[in-house]
Ligand binder design. Structure first.
Ligand code: NAP
Length: 525
């Protein structure tokens, strides 16, 4: 079976044999995809000229109702999404839930907060600015939904959530979406788009999907469009430097790779609740989705005197995490997404081994349960330890996108901050400590290079939202090597799909325009 592309309000099968999607456990061929022959220039124009105007005829609150219907349509097909996640990603129930339930929850969340925007067609920002003595001439800042298309180029690891976390704020803003899922796992995104189209919720042109290569897509984006990319730093650099993107100053949002950290405070000695809590969190992060989350903990910074105890505790837990075919109920950890990712993980791991001691796993010849190592794409979870954090290179540079983490010893606050900052910009760092002054100084030392800092002390205990979980009410994104993008954070996400402008004019004109607007105060609550 070949999956069709949905462009110009129609399903179109791409030409040629296309690419084959595979089951990473059995190596079986599943479906094929191809974008060959699809006129991407026409597809983008259709989204801009048909989908956009139809969406923007509606008020924010009406579009929020559409999101609620989309969430219902997706929830009705949840079982099928779990089935496809198992087939195409080797995802067990927990892995699939993280992606699929996260997607549906995010859609519902935006439906809910979108209703607060009532009947407005544009957003108003800040107060009227006096520009003349009698206030006859004033200024007002507005945010208008862009009249272009939102182009999503997504990563393989979140085919469901990656679609919804971008689609919800774009559609709520009144901007049509064109999604290009990563080829290896495009099936699930395709099925979700198919269900949304079947449910007949959106006007023609409001949603399109291209399965297969992006081909010349970026050659046709324009000044009004937005490209929202999630993927590796290398691809991000290619997209950022694309001639047409540069020439037309196309707005870009980049979510790239990230070497995230978790920090054990000096007060968290073995036997304390926080020590145990971080041990659990590290193992959860390494094994959930086989470590294929952009937010996964890659470096665990541990006071030097606790390095051995912490390593022993993580190793003890890891050794009970059975790895293999997720169809076997005993299995806790699934495969990475394909052979190419397996090779990339093993290559990265061998670099890390040059400067680290192996505490557990990482054996490239290990035997997964109920799977043929020749056909499947498993990586044995690996825990490494590095005693010279500032002298090391790869642990800060190489993102092994699999079940691999490195413990890094630190000596005091200054050393800790310097080591953490070597990530050069990350999505998230976690601090586990009951020492309020240590936590404060750590946050002050690393905040500018992180999109999110998770702080856990004994008053929070296990009620925290999780190192790797992106909650839609809070910011997702990170500076520097993490790409510099910003997503989610409640209604702030709408800013990406709006353009700020100021009108300087007669007070009456401003009053009339303001009457069409929703105040953006709720954006910043
Ligand atoms: P990738 O290889 O960079 O691919 C990402 C997307 O870019 C895919 O849809 C890919 O399409 C497309 N692409 C590749 N070359 C392109 C080009 N020249 N023009 C336009 N599009 C192009 O990344 P991946 O392997 O799918 O994902 C893993 C990476 O994503 C990891 O590094 C992870 O850290 C990162 N990630 C980051 C976040 C975040 O929010 N920061 C979230 C998830 C993942 P094809 O598949 O068709 O090649």
């Amino acid at each position: 079976m070949k999956l069709s592309n949905y462009v110009n309000g129609q399903w179109n099968e791409g030409n040629g044999p296309g690419e084959t999607l595979i089951d990473p456990v059995t190596g079986d061929e599943l479906v094929r995809i191809s974008s060959q022959g699809v006129d991407l220039e026409v597809a983008l124009a259709f989204a801009r000229t048909q989908g956009g105007p139809a969406l923007r005829q509606l008020a924010y609150a009406q579009r929020a109702e559409m999101l609620a219907k989309i969430a219902d349509a997706l929830a009705a097909n949840r079982d099928e999404y779990f089935r496809l996640s198992l087939l195409n990603l080797g995802a067990n129930q927990a892995d699939a839930s993280f992606d699929v339930d996260g997607a549906i929850y995010t859609m519902k969340y935006y439906a809910k907060i979108g209703r607060a925007l009532a009947e407005g067609k544009m957003l108003k920002e800040g107060a009227v600015i006096p520009l003349s003595k009698g206030n006859a001439f004033v200024g007002q800042h507005f945010l208008m939904p862009t009249k272009g298309a939102a182009v999503f180029i997504n990563a393989f690891n979140f085919p469901a959530w990656g679609l919804c976390e971008k689609a919800a704020p774009a559609l709520l803003s009144g901007v049509p979406i064109v999604v290009k899922p990563a080829s290896p796992t495009a099936w699930l995104t395709h099925r979700m788009v198919e269900d949304i189209v079947k449910a007949d919720i959106l006007p023609p042109g409001a949603i399109s999907i291209i399965c297969g290569s992006a081909r010349d897509l970026l050659g046709h984006v324009r000044e009004e469009d937005i490209v929202s990319f999630t993927g590796s730093g290398d691809t991000a650099a290619r997209i950022r430097s694309h001639a047409n993107v540069l020439r037309r100053f196309v707005r870009l949002n980049i979510e790239a790779d990230s070497i995230n950290s978790a920090i054990l405070g000096p007060d968290c000695t073995p036997g304390t609740d926080l020590f145990d809590l971080l041990v659990k969190e590290v193992v959860r992060e390494m094994t959930l989705k086989a470590g294929q989350k952009c937010t996964t903990i890659r470096r665990v910074l541990v006071p030097r005197q606790q390095l051995k105890a912490f390593g022993d505790a993580v190793t003890a837990r890891l050794s009970s995490m059975t790895v293999g075919n997720p169809r076997n109920p005993e299995v806790k950890v699934g495969p990475v997404v394909n052979k190419a990712q397996q090779s990339s993980c093993l290559e990265g791991l061998s670099k890390l081994k040059e400067e680290c001691e192996v505490l557990f796993g990482g054996d490239k010849n290990f035997q997964p349960i109920d799977a043929d190592p020749q056909k499947s794409a498993f990586v044995q979870p690996a825990l490494l330890s590095c005693t010279n954090g500032l002298g090391a290179k790869y642990i800060h540079d190489v993102e092994v996108f699999g079940p691999v983490a490195t413990l890094v010893a630190y000596d005091g606050l200054e050393d800790l901050i310097a080591i953490t900052r070597r990530g050069l910009g990350s999505l998230v760092a976690s601090v586990f400590s009951d020492d309020a002054s240590f936590t404060r100084e750590t946050v002050l030392g690393i905040g500018d290079l992180h999109g999110r800092v998770l702080v856990v002390d004994s008053t929070v205990g296990n009620q925290h939202t999780g190192h790797g979980n992106e909650v839609p009410s809070c910011l997702h994104g990170g500076p520097g090597r993490a790409g510099g993008g910003e997503e989610l954070a409640g209604l702030r996400a709408l800013l990406l799909y709006h353009r700020r402008f100021v009108v300087q004019g007669p007070a009456d004109c401003i009053t009339e325009l303001s009457g069409l607007c929703v105040d953006t105060a709720p954006l910043h609550s």
